[in-house]
Design a protein around this ligand. Sequence first.
Ligand SMILES: Nc1ncnc2c1ncn2[C@@H]1O[C@H](COP(=O)(O)OP(=O)(O)OP(=O)(O)O)[C@@H](O)[C@H]1O
Length: 239
Amino acid sequence: MIDPVPAIELRDVEVRFETAKLTFDCTIAKGGIVAVAGASGSGKSTLLHLIAGFEDPDRGEVRILGENVADRAPSERPVSMIFQDNNLFAHLDVATNIGLGIDPALRLSATDREKIEDALRRVGLEGFGKRLPPTLSGGERQRVALARALVRKRPLLLLDEPFAALDPGMRASMRSLLRQLHAEEGNTILVITHHPEDVKALADGVLFLDQGRIIANDSLDRFLARRDNAAIDRFLGNT
Ligand SMILES: Nc1ncnc2c1ncn2[C@@H]1O[C@H](COP(=O)(O)OP(=O)(O)OP(=O)(O)O)[C@@H](O)[C@H]1O
């Protein structure tokens, strides 16, 4: 049965920049992996920033798990966000970077240390705790960012092009890791990607943006079958 309380609702949300006006209306059910796609500049990052609280709407309402989050700072929202890069503090070792997800003041108990070790195991980085981020590969750094999100235990995980810097083999392995963690956590994931193969391999649903608007909010199958929009055709390589 579909949970009646959606993970995310954007109601008449409008953001105005000097050169762009973005308007978002959508409802996203709990528990799926949703790919967020669309041409460069279509508004994908802004959409995620609105949900995470890094951007405030000029109009409209952002609701998470049934609650209007207008007054909630990013750290108070039930959300973790992973960026393309710059997720980690270079001068802090991997375990400490993950510990920041548990307590930003780093008052970590023995149980917290076990949670960090467990998260490292789950992302395939056992024994990496003492390493510094600059000594890791791009894929390993993204795994650490995922481990930090895991220990935060937030029901919503937002990823802004998390695979952008990775080679095809690494992308595929990150996709399967994400699917596996999603199956274990039962969380709701939104992931920005420019690649149809990520959408096909990862997503249950697709939000497709064009010029600051959501023009599709479909199940994966329905999205892949669409032939009614030039921007979607271009993305899927149907032209
Ligand atoms: N802080 C800002 N100030 C002014 N304009 C902005 C700001 N953030 C985004 N914009 C504009 O809003 C539009 C959408 O930007 P956004 O970064 O959300 O797009 P995107 O789909 O994530 O693009 P990309 O795929 O290139 O990352 C663009 O025209 C961009 O120039």
